[in-house]
Design a protein around this ligand. Structure first.
Ligand SMILES: Cc1cc2nc3c(=O)[nH]c(=O)nc-3n(C[C@H](O)[C@H](O)[C@H](O)COP(=O)(O)OP(=O)(O)OC[C@H]3O[C@@H](n4cnc5c(N)ncnc54)[C@H](O)[C@@H]3O)c2cc1C
Length: 558
């Protein structure tokens, strides 16, 4: 195969096989691996990144999509953690004005709850101060006010409530993570998805990692001075196969979300305490609503949504919001399910000393200096800039030269670049191409998703306006976006595109996607001759749609 006809992934795998010695090889392309790659490559290190699934194909696609200080950790006395997370949240809002946005949390408290609304409202002021007063100020909500402003909330048992701010990821977590991988690649990182580490050994001063291309089964070796284990819930497994000892280890807490038709038109997060006493959110997700989450200790990272999980979430929501008809299992459009990797000390660290739900969400990086090995435990999407900076500091401390140590590796382009983009978009009347399905002007959406690369899309549309046609009906994806995705976004399976680079699979019922006009055209752009095979691979597997759902979707489509 010539280099010209290779995909980005194939050419990156060819580079990984060349036998070059990387400064660092990162195992895992979730948020922790992605920011490590972006920070290190931005600062001038020679970096490789592999993930055995798609980037953000495990935990980092299952979060609540929030960048938040963790108000609930005030109750468990984790003040330092809350302070740190609030500052991280502020930094994300400042650095990603189009991707991470402040949002109001609109909380309703029932009578007889363990704290009064007034006391909790005072707590939100403490929280606001922990965040240096960066966000809008909290508000006390009387029962009447809740009813007036959010009539969908049942107030018969309410004692009152409060409103405060945190932030959310406008697109979704997996897109946010991919943008770090993309930015790492723009700075020289060699990244490949669907490449698994089978384990690594020391050879003199180097790490030799045995890698396997999970699409072809081929194995090869990658050489690096440092090994960074960012395998999320699989950090301990990977350390075991490489023989690494660590001070910390992971425990797992399962959490699910259900995506249902939109519950309220307001762009705010309705907040309740579920029957188990845990915070429970109704989160806007474009034209849909995402409800969750749960928190149950499990022993293994692989989990799935059970009927008991579905019923817990549905019962809780139906108790607290008044809809024309209560939500039923058949109303579920999509589901999310994952485990939080929670860090505890290995010695006596079974979490038993502390209430399970109050186990800390901090991160820890264990460093084996003698072997130049890092293990990243725990963490949150919110914490990602700290993790990237900390990894870069440790790697420099291990003797890797970072010629651009002061480089700011994260954040959207400078405001003047954005203004130039918007100017060009206005001159060509870009927003007139906005799809009727879209909830925002096309210019904003393209900037948020592609920033610098959005200029290329403008040029393409100027050259041939047909490239601005919506390719997949029922979504807002343009022909030129899919062409760009083909070249730049390392899409290997249809799920990579529908579930992670875009959020189509989260907001459009599966049957509707399957029958959408233009989907096969999109597959042909993305996969060429393999279009039919990739389509069959995705729709052939019906595991993520329950029987009840398919019945519902069939009647929907009829
Ligand atoms: C229900 C839920 C809600 C959450 N809500 C929030 C929230 O609102 N805000 C927030 O900040 N955080 C939230 N979190 C936490 C956050 O999602 C996680 O902390 C974070 O995504 C973990 O990222 P990670 O990179 O450590 O792990 P992962 O995303 O799991 O990445 C690890 C990667 O390593 C890969 N891998 C594993 N083994 C190998 C191998 N041998 N070779 C190659 N690759 C390998 C995996 O395929 C995976 O992609 C939530 C988590 C859950 C479960």
């Amino acid at each position: 195969m010539t280099t010209d006809s290779m995909t980005l992934r194939e050419s990156n795998i060819a580079k990984l096989r060349e036998g070059v010695v990387y400064d660092a090889l990162i195992i895992g392309g979730g948020i922790n691996g992605a920011v490590s790659a972006a920070a290190l490559s931005g600062k001038g290190a020679r970096v490789a990144l592999i993930d055995k699934r798609d980037f953000a194909g495990f935990t980092s696609q299952q979060s609540s999509n929030l960048a938040w200080g963790g108000i609930k950790y005030l109750e468990s006395g984790d003040y330092l953690l809350v302070r740190k997370l609030c500052l991280s949240r502020n930094e994300l809002i400042r650095s990603y004005p189009s991707r991470v946005k402040e949002i109001r949390f609109f909380a309703t408290i029932d009578r007889g709850f363990r704290f009064s609304p007034f006391f909790l409202w005072l707590g939100t002021w403490v929280y606001w101060l922990f965040g240096n007063g960066f966000t809008r100020i909290p508000r006390f909500l009387t029962k009447d006010r809740i009813h007036r402003e959010e009539p969908v909330v049942k107030t018969d048992k309410a004692a009152g409530g409060f409103e405060y701010s945190d932030a959310y990821l406008h697109d979704n977590d997996s897109r946010f993570v991919f943008q770090f991988v993309r930015s790492a690649m723009d700075r020289g990182c060699i990244a490949a998805n669907y490449v698994e580490s089978l384990g690594a050994r020391r050879d003199g001063e180097l790490w030799i990692t045995r890698a396997r291309d999970t699409r072809t089964g081929e194995t090869f070796e990658i050489r690096s001075k440092i090994l960074i284990n960012a395998a999320g819930p699989f950090v301990d497994d990977h350390n075991q196969v490489t023989g690494e000892q660590t001070e910390h280890q992971h425990l797992f807490s399962k959490g699910i979300h259900l995506i249902v038709p939109r519950i309220t038109p307001h762009q705010r997060i309705l907040t309740f305490f579920a029957d188990d006493g845990r915070l429970f959110f109704v989160i806007p997700m474009g034209v849909r609503t995402c409800i969750g989450t749960t928190d149950n200790r499990v022993d293994t990272p692989e989990t799935e949504v059970t009927d008991a999980d579905r019923d817990f979430v549905l019962e809780n929501i139906n108790k607290r919001v008044a809809l024309a008809a209560p939500l039923k299992r058949e109303d579920i459009i999509a589901e999310r399910c994952g485990v939080r990797p929670l860090v505890v000390k290995r010695q006596g660290g079974d979490g038993s000393g502390r209430d399970w739900m109050q186990l800390s969400r901090k991160h820890e990086i264990d460093v084996d200096r003698a072997h130049a090995h890092l293990s990243i435990f725990g963490g949150k999407l919110t914490d990602c800039v700290n993790v990237g900076n900390e990894v870069a500091r440790i790697v420099a401390g291990l003797g890797i030269d970072l010629p651009h140590a002061g480089y700011r590796w994260y954040g959207e382009p400078h405001r003047s670049v954005y203004e130039e983009y918007m100017h060009q978009a206005r001159l060509m009347n870009l927003d007139s191409y906005t799809s009727p399905e879209s909830i925002e002007p096309l210019s904003s959406r393209l900037w948020r998703r592609y920033d610098q690369q959005a200029f290329e899309l403008l040029a393409q549309i100027r050259e041939d306006p047909r490239r601005a046609e919506v390719l997949i009906k029922g979504t807002d994806y343009l022909r030129c976006e899919i062409q760009l995705a083909k070249r730049q976004e390392m899409i290997v399976t249809l799920e990579d595109f529908l579930r992670r680079r875009s959020k189509i699979a989260l907001v459009v019922p599966r049957r509707q996607i399957q029958e959408a006009e233009g989907l096969m055209d999109a597959c042909e752009i993305l996969f060429g001759e393999a279009a039919q095979a990739r389509y069959a691979e995705y729709f052939g597997e019906s595991r993520s749609v329950t029987r009840a759902q398919s019945r519902h979707l069939e009647s929907d489509a009829a």
